[in-house]
Design a protein around this ligand. Structure first.
Ligand code: PBG
Length: 332
């Protein structure tokens, strides 16, 4: 430490903020369209765009419309989209058999997109909640979400998605051992190049509310997800989960939700240096959009600032419902 009385050079940090050129030259982090993954909600029908009330600007799309969205994304330089199916309640069962039906909505959508826009990466959701009559991510027996039987179901689901042409599988279920089981099954089935982005540190969060409306799981869900999703008070546990998932064969890892958990993103990136993603979830989107629509904040500015925060926290990319809006701004 310098003694307080010693003469100091004039530490004028404002020198480098004086002009746009100097600010650009000294900017530490950059957000680009290549950082974005766009989550999309798929539903049945043709030509359908059904707005989701709690997510202004986001709709459930029929497969033809999802293909158009994929084309738009590719045109904007967004490298990946992520599909979430809205399953008709009549197809939800306790054993979630629809999850591995090769002709379910998600798998049909994957095939349609890969045929029309082969260059875009298609990511999936591997979890049973859209297909489960009780809304949980796993199979429920006597009120318990059973781990190992769920993992077997997730493996079947993963293989059907890989068979349909998915590039990235996204297990969002938080069962133990699913990454290793999925990885072995993919290898055995000849899908050695299908990658896995594990929702490794997924918290039991109230920020998922609007998403559960979007996929029609809110009504079905009995109880909460605290026996499998993480306690929001924990941080060391996230590192242990990430380490485990990387060891079991995850190619990329994710922290979810995003903005309230940026400290976790930073710890994960520093500890492992693995491709690290954050999911700016539905409730985060709803908060920013809601405030913007009320004129309480500048929507574009808070959107871009929030996305840059993920880069500053060490993320390689962000799953965000803002993807097309942000990409348009980034491309000028
Ligand atoms: C469930 C799943 C959820 C989200 C993605 N996959 C919700 C949940 O765990 O209840 C949330 C995404 C969002 O809120 O945007 N497998």
């Amino acid at each position: 430490m310098r003694p307080i009385s010693a003469p100091t050079p004039a530490l004028r940090f404002r020198r480098l903020r004086r002009t746009a050129a100097l600010r650009a030259l000294t900017q530490e982090n950059v957000l680009s369209t290549g950082d974005l993954i766009w989550p999309l909600f798929v539903r049945d029908g043709v030509g359908v765009e059904e707005p989701i009330a709690s997510m202004p600007g986001v709709s459930r799309l029929s497969i033809d419309k999802v293909v158009q969205a994929a084309e738009l994304a590719a045109g904007l330089g967004i490298p990946a989209i992520c599909l979430f199916p809205y399953t008709d309640p009549s197809k939800k069962t306790e054993l979630c058999e629809e999850a591995w039906n090769p002709d379910n909505l998600a798998n049909r959508a994957i095939r349609a997109i890969k045929q029309a826009v082969p260059e875009i990466a298609v990511m999936t959701d591997v979890a049973l909640d859209p297909y489960n009559s009780n809304g949980h991510d796993g199979i429920v027996r006597d009120g318990i979400i059973v781990n190992d039987e769920t993992v077997e179901a997730l493996v079947r689901m993963s293989l059907a998605q890989a068979e349909s042409g998915a590039d990235i599988l996204g297990p969002s279920d938080m069962m133990d051992g699913r990454i290793g089981a999925m990885r072995s099954a993919l290898e055995a089935a000849g899908h050695k190049d299908v990658s896995i982005m594990s929702y490794s540190a997924k918290y039991a969060s109230a920020f998922y509310g609007p998403f559960r409306d979007a996929v029609g799981a809110s009504g079905a869900l009995k109880g909460d997800k605290k026996t499998y999703q993480m306690n929001p008070a924990n941080s060391d546990e996230a590192l242990r989960l990430i380490e485990r998932d990387l060891r079991e064969g995850a190619d990329m890892v994710m922290v979810k939700p995003g903005m309230p958990y940026l400290d976790i993103c930073r710890r994960v990136k520093d500890a492992f240096g693995a491709p690290t993603f954050a999911y700016q979830v539905s409730g985060e989107y709803a908060m920013l959009k809601g405030a913007a629509l009320n004129g309480w904040v500048d929507g574009e500015k808070v959107m871009m600032e929030s996305l840059m925060a993920f880069k500053r926290a060490g993320c390689d990319g962000i799953l965000t419902y803002f993807a097309p809006e942000a990409a348009r701004l980034l491309r000028g």
